[in-house]
Design a protein around this ligand. Structure first.
Ligand code: ZN
Length: 338
């Protein structure tokens, strides 16, 4: 095993007006991801929370959207007859259909619930179980139609800071015959790890993290939940699904485990007055060295005079920042998991 947790300690000294112009030291940590070798910058200060945002006006003004129950079966697109003869896929309250504004070969939307707006503490495991079941059915049927489409993401962009203009909770299901950058980095690094060590990176990582106990949250069935050593976003929580490279082979229990972990993470975010988030599930078929992975990150909460959390560091220096020490996040979030 060659998993190394490398870090650099940086320090900035200055005379602070908040301390009568005494000299203070502000530490920053740069961590290197053990798999991808990508650097993350952990900042140790954060702007104070502005409390919980009241969404009632925003929800009231935008309700009756295309995803609301009275419209979703009338005004949303339908799949090609060759892929989904019935047009849309409905399981429970979740409804899946093609995205009118796709960004690749196969882009779909899964509307998660009848409610036009949910606070982060109102999402339930059942909502995600139904949503994922629809997403997986879309992927299975699309792959039966076009087997070259091996690279899939199931993602959620929640609220404007997460990149969604529509409040109504929904998932994005996107498949292509070529990987995204992130998928390619994960795939290349996992394959070369396997070539060098003869073992699966994700299995080794979980073994080490479990032993260290500082970033490992818990396992729910076959899904291992942990905080990354070198996060690529704020309050990043990851889940790795043992024994599966593609989400299409997950059993009911594994889908339920993913749903529970997401809901636990969102409850923690809510308690911290966060309200916007993104997650992505990475699913690649036909690759033995990758495991299904989910990454959940919070975004700067929506509030008056919203502050974007992607600065020149992220967009132009490709160096991602996190504002909580991963081991601290792990300690804080553990009680929220079953
Ligand atoms: Zn709606």
């Amino acid at each position: 095993m060659e998993i190394k947790f490398e870090r650099f300690h940086l320090q900035s000294d200055l005379r602070s007006p908040l301390e009568g112009f005494e000299t203070i030291s502000v530490p920053t940590e740069v961590r290197i991801d053990p798999l991808t070798k990508r650097r993350s910058r952990i900042i140790t200060w954060g702007l104070p929370s502005q409390g919980k945002f009241d969404f009632s006006k925003m929800a009231e003004e935008s309700k009756g959207c295309f995803f609301c129950p009275e419209n979703v079966l009338q005004k949303t697109p339908q799949f090609l007859k060759e892929i989904v003869p019935e047009g849309r896929i409905c399981i429970g309250r979740a409804v899946g259909f093609p995205n009118l504004n796709p960004v690749g070969s196969y882009g779909s939307v899964v509307v998660l619930c009848h409610e036009h707006f949910l606070n982060l503490n109102q999402f339930t495991p059942e909502i995600y179980e139904a949503g994922f079941s629809v997403a997986i059915e879309i992927i299975r049927r699309t792959m039966a139609f076009d087997p070259d489409t091996r690279y899939w993401q199931i993602s959620q962009n929640f609220l404007l800071p997460g990149g969604s203009t529509i409040l109504h909770p929904h998932l994005q299901v996107i498949g292509d015959p070529i990987p995204t950058n992130e998928m390619e980095w994960l795939l290349d690094a996992s394959s070369s790890y396997y070539k060098r060590n003869g073992t699966l990176y994700w299995k080794d990582l979980i073994h080490i993290e479990k032993g260290l106990g500082k970033r490992y949250i818990t396992s729910i069935g076959n899904v291992h939940w942990f905080v990354s050593f070198a996060p690529i976003g704020f309050n990043e929580v990851c889940g790795s699904v043992e024994g599966h490279g593609s989400i299409t082979t997950l059993a009911k229990e594994e889908i339920a485990s993913l749903a529970k972990g997401i809901v636990s993470t969102l409850k923690y975010y809510y308690e911290r007055s966060l309200n916007s988030f993104n997650f992505s599930i990475y699913s690649i078929s036909g690759e033995a060295h990758c495991q299904v992975l989910i990454r959940i990150i919070s975004r700067t909460p929506i509030q008056p005079y919203y502050l974007n959390d992607y600065t020149s560091f992220e967009v132009l220096q490709s160096e991602l920042t996190a504002n909580i020490i991963p081991e601290e996040l792990c300690r804080e979030i553990r009680p929220y998991f079953p």
